[in-house]
Design a protein around this ligand. Sequence first.
Ligand code: UTP
Length: 289
Amino acid sequence: MEIKKAIIPAAGLGTRVLPASKALPKEMLPIVDKPAIQYIVEEAVRAGITDILIITNRGKAVIEDHFDHSIELENMLKERGKTDVLTEVQRVADLANIYYLRQKETRGLGDAVLRAREFVGDESFAVLYGDDVIVGEIPAIGELCSAFEEHGKCVVGIKEVTDEQIVKYSSMKLAPLSEKIFAIDDMIEKPSLAEKFSNYSVLGRCVLTPEIFQVLEHTPLGVGNELQLTDAMRTIARTEGMIGVDFSGTRFDMGNKFGMIKANIEVGLKHPEVAPELRAYIKELAQTL
Ligand code: UTP
């Protein structure tokens, strides 16, 4: 079955990137010339997703403004003959059918997903975490959707991470099915090094069946006293099994300071407008380090 709906949870507090995220949602932090969440919406659209629900909270209205028309701005660009920028600005407003829902309390990623129950109905759906930008030729969520169509099981996007990272993320118990595809039969959120199954962690993308909602309803609060999506996925992994896809793009964690800087440098080095200047600047700077 083709995946047409996606959820982007963007209601977190973003404490790791304060004070930048005090008045501006971290999902709106720019990578060169676009906010992080635009890259994520574009990835979903490239994978054939048509309907996107963004989970927001107080102070995130700027996300809605970003994906809307700005008539004054568009008129002004028209008058001044800035057609290239005008086309780009208009394109953002027409990317997909975008809906918004507020998570009234920050109770965790699992709770944010649970809010999307009515939007999703009885269809399987994609989840793209609002602060995880994945850049690549092929949309990462498209790779997960293909694995879902082939195996008919819930799918997570995974990557190998370091020991320092695994204790902050999740750890997968898995066996390879092919070079990039794995069978997962257990997982743990924020494990100690003694508890970890492997260094493969879920990074920002999954495709879930609506069964996840019943499981989430019966999942007790986990790490940080929050409803953890990983805890609900663990129940599914243990009973039905899940699929892991080692996606091909590069992932940037916009929820931490170093991730933000890396994203700007790497995307900047490929951006036609700034790449030559940035390359020369980095080379010059490197000599002084
Ligand atoms: P994080 O785990 O990065 O949580 O959320 P956070 O609260 O935003 O960040 P820190 O740890 O305080 O710095 C992963 C994704 O899930 C969303 C976030 O917006 C982010 O895109 N999220 C998290 C929600 O939508 N609701 C929540 O209750 C928690």
